[in-house]
Design a binder for this molecule. Structure first.
Ligand code: PGA
Length: 255
């Protein structure tokens, strides 16, 4: 399938950066830097910045996402945020299963699945992150591991709900390290992700799935990564905090 028919999505993952006050400033810069993009543009901010981000992006081309979500709708889960709380604010997207959550906050494939189901049920669009560590790549198990992560994350997700799922391939060794996967490595795993989704949901669903690459994507390497047939967008950490760099990546995706 012609990749132009798929939705290209560039999402910024701000991680634990920017106060609400600083958020307003950066969104102001982004609104002037990113105009008439040729792709969907999302900024995922800390929970505390979401009200400000939703407000500041109104009427612009920027969509707002959260960086995590709990799988229960409400209850005794001190410190957690539920999917209905996010949609009530006007948040449209959420990142689930980022490797930093898996590494530092004991996120498992099973909780990624529960969060994905809860977020979809509330009407959010979900960016599910998968990817291997350096050790796993060296052991030659990247494809098996990523297939497993995708299969478990999508358990119970209907074909209809899959339309609201994006899968982000983020090799852990490339995140925040300045070490990017080569465009061929990114292509290889993004294609494997599309294959497993095809096995689960059929070829048309796989053809329509947006698959992102993430891991030290920047203004210099975005065009090459995004030129690959199965790389439909990017999940951008560090470079999403600089309006010019982020705008350059958005431009590369819109070409
Ligand atoms: P990075 O982060 O672009 O800073 O490597 C990507 C991510 O963690 O989503």
């Amino acid at each position: 399938m012609n990749k132009q028919l798929r939705k290209a999505v560039i999402a910024g993952n701000w991680k634990m950066n920017k106060t609400p006050t600083e958020t307003a400033g950066l969104i102001g810069q982004l609104k002037s830097a990113v105009q008439n993009p040729g792709c969907e543009v999302v900024i995922c901010t800390p929970f505390t910045s979401l009200p400000c981000a939703v407000d500041a992006t109104k009427g612009s081309c920027l969509h707002v996402g959260a960086e995590n979500v709990h799988f229960e709708a409400s209850g005794a889960f001190t410190g957690e945020i539920s999917a209905p709380m996010l949609t009530d604010l006007g948040v449209e997207y959420v990142i689930v299963g980022h490797s930093e959550r898996r590494q530092y906050f004991a996120e498992t494939d099973q909780t990624v699945n529960k969060r994905t189901l809860a977020a979809l049920a509330a009407g959010l669009k979900v960016i599910v992150c998968v990817g291997e560590s350096l050790g796993q790549r060296e052991e030659g198990v990247t494809e098996e591991l990523v297939r497993l992560q995708v299969k478990i994350a999508l358990q119970g997700v209907t074909a209809e709900a899959l339309k609201n799922v994006i899968i982000a391939y983020e090799p852990v060794w490339a995140i925040g390290t300045g070490r990017t996967a080569t465009a061929d490595q990114a292509q290889e795993v993004c294609a494997a992700i599309r294959r497993v989704v095809g096995e689960l949901y059929g070829q048309p669903a796989a053809d329509g799935l947006t698959v992102q690459y993430g891991g030290s994507m920047n203004a210099g390497n975005a065009a090459e990564l995004l030129s690959k047939p199965d790389v439909d967008g990017g999940l951008i950490g560090g470079a999403s905090l600089k309006a010019d760099a982020f705008a350059a990546i958005v431009e590369a995706a819109g070409r």
